[in-house]
Design a protein around this ligand. Structure first.
Ligand code: SF4
Length: 264
């Protein structure tokens, strides 16, 4: 929302999708979502997801002073404009222990779609390693939250090997046109192409890296080396494991050897 042309961009996406089954989704801190903007968004975005990480004090330590009130105000404005606002929660060492209670609050507020992710090793997170909650603490807190909300404790993956990791199913496009599989894989070796120079076509080739990532069985890859074992977990993040094990020989040749080997 900090881009002055966000409404035009969304309008462009909506027009260009034509009959394609493409979701126009906006992830935002909520800054700039006034009542008027929310009404404008209602005709342009299919979903709007607000970033909220916990009660005000914790949220603002994590996201900056005033960010809780900003997001909550946007939440109300979006609701009044007819949206069912979604919320994205990033779990860190600061909010892991209050997650069950906080998710309960969101549900009481009428939030019907909440995505919960462990802090990814990108951006500010790389400079603040103490914010990482650790895998076990994250899992414990998600498990307690599911219990508190009366949800089953079953695998929250979506059936894709490697659980909920969507590498291969998304595109992340940077302002310079660089195309990557997702924001954690903004790495030279994962660049799929450049939308400004060649459009999206080459990146979507059925034999290209994106398609191979989509077909990749992370659980099989996890068995190739103990260092990659985390890839076999249902809440794995290919990007997180890759960044932590970049020098592992299994990733040689830009990870393509392993993908080709496992494709057969
Ligand atoms: S690599 Fe990580 S951030 Fe990227 S799609 Fe998979 S889980 Fe999400």
């Amino acid at each position: 929302m900090v881009r002055g042309d966000i409404l035009s961009l969304l309008r462009f996406c909506r027009e260009k999708r034509g009959s394609c089954d493409t979701l126009v989704a906006l992830d935002t801190s909520g800054a700039g979502i006034t009542g008027e903007t929310a009404l404008a968004l209602a005709g342009l975005a299919d979903t709007v997801r607000l970033s909220l990480d916990g009660p005000e004090e914790i949220n603002d330590r994590q996201r900056g002073p005033g960010s809780y009130k900003t997001a909550m105000k946007a939440f109300e404005n979006l609701r009044e404009a007819g949206f069912e606002p979604e919320v994205g929660v990033t779990v860190t060492s600061l909010n892991a222990d209050v997650l069950p209670e906080f998710l309960g609050t969101l549900v009481e507020l009428g939030c019907r779609s909440i995505s919960v992710n462990m802090l990814r090793p990108v951006g500010r997170a790389t400079e603040n390693p103490d914010l990482q909650p650790g895998k076990e603490r994250f899992r414990r807190s998600v498990s307690l939250s599911r219990k508190a909300l009366g949800l089953s404790a079953e695998d929250n993956g979506d059936g894709k090997p490697g659980g909920s990791c969507g590498a291969g199913r998304y595109l992340s496009i940077l302002p310079d046109g660089g195309i990557y599989p997702c924001h954690v894989l903004h790495l030279e070796e994962f660049q799929l192409g450049n939308a400004a120079e060649n459009g999206l076509g080459p990146s979507l080739h059925p034999d290209g890296l994106l398609a191979r990532l989509r077909r990749l069985d992370l659980r099989k890859l996890a068995l190739l080396d103990p260092e990659l074992a985390d890839l076999g977990e249902s809440d794995t993040c290919l990007g997180r494991v890759y960044r932590a094990t970049r020098n592992n020989p299994q990733w040689d040749d830009l990870h393509l050897k392993a993908i080709r080997k496992l494709d057969k």
